[in-house]
Write a protein that binds this ligand. Sequence first.
Ligand SMILES: NC(=O)c1ccc[n+]([C@@H]2O[C@H](COP(=O)([O-])OP(=O)(O)OC[C@H]3O[C@@H](n4cnc5c(N)ncnc54)[C@H](O)[C@@H]3O)[C@@H](O)[C@H]2O)c1
Length: 345
Amino acid sequence: MAAIRFGICGCGVISKLHADCLKKLEAEGLAKLVAAAEPDAARRAAFGDTQGVTMYASLADMLRSSEVDVVTVCSPSGLHGDQVIQIAAAGKHVLCEKPLDLHLAKADAAITACEKAGVTLGGVFQQRFAPGPQAARRAIDQGLLGKIVFVHAETPWYRTQSYYDSGDWRGTWALDGGVLANQSPHMIDRLLWLGGDLDEVLHAELKCGFERDIEAETVAAVTIRLKNGAIGTITGTTVAYDGLPQRVLICGTEGSCAFSGDELVSIKTQRPFEAAPAATAPAVPAGGAGDPLSIGGTGHLANIREFATALRDGRTPSVTGHDSRKVTRALDLIYRKAGVPSFQS
Ligand SMILES: NC(=O)c1ccc[n+]([C@@H]2O[C@H](COP(=O)([O-])OP(=O)(O)OC[C@H]3O[C@@H](n4cnc5c(N)ncnc54)[C@H](O)[C@@H]3O)[C@@H](O)[C@H]2O)c1
């Protein structure tokens, strides 16, 4: 079977990781990067020179060509929903970076557009693929944690003002949000994926523009209730010098687990469980605490490979648009609860 032909939408920081992964998948004969769309002329030229693929000045131009089967969306977060809709209308499959959008209505419209067009929508939540979270998922599937009663996700990270100044979309309510929408989605996803679906946001306290000249939150503390009755907390900041590992706790009546980054540092269950914590450490740490460029590529490779394999085999990918929607729904509900004006419709 011919390699699945990928195009990238948005050639900034994360696109390079996508391109590296697609090179590896080309060597496996599974997928291949053939094109990219980037409105910024200098970035477009640089990406084209490095990657040697056809470059387009806009997503619309790339979609008019017949050379791509799939588009990975690597543009600013607030554009994702509309771009997924545009890509679906062109009959291409979509793999969308986190978050699917900042607004639930946009995420829903994107999912509906893909379903109507009969194209596959997958999400990038690459930290699901690390051994620790996979082991915890198995324990939960086996019922070894009992009734989940408490969950927690925290992101005590550090981002400088120059990080925010590196893109005019960063830290804006229209296109990015703050620590919750940009730096926390993987931990929110882990909390919901392992702990259960969100029922309600009980309280959300945000400090916006605190210590950094941005619109959105640099410190956040949120309390939640899940549909299974568990209560919990989601917290985060981008001003904790010099960045500490993200942490997640999933606590149940018969077992509990704790993550530091992607490492499952503790899992205790009343009934025996297969995985010793030492066996579940990731080969490459998740990174990103103090430096956004320091995330490893292992997770992305696994995520993109699994998506491409699902397309090749005609099955649903393991991270679906509906999975991504859960994170967007949490963000939307949190920002509504906190009274952020652009979320009050
Ligand atoms: N999965 C992860 O761990 C991870 C890590 C980093 C970033 N991301 C996500 O990737 C996305 C991009 O982040 P980044 O750090 O690469 O940002 P970036 O600013 O470095 O890159 C975004 C690129 O998109 C381009 N762009 C702007 N408008 C566009 C449009 N209309 N069409 C096409 N391209 C457009 C910009 O010119 C820029 O080159 C964000 O949604 C972010 O949340 C995910």
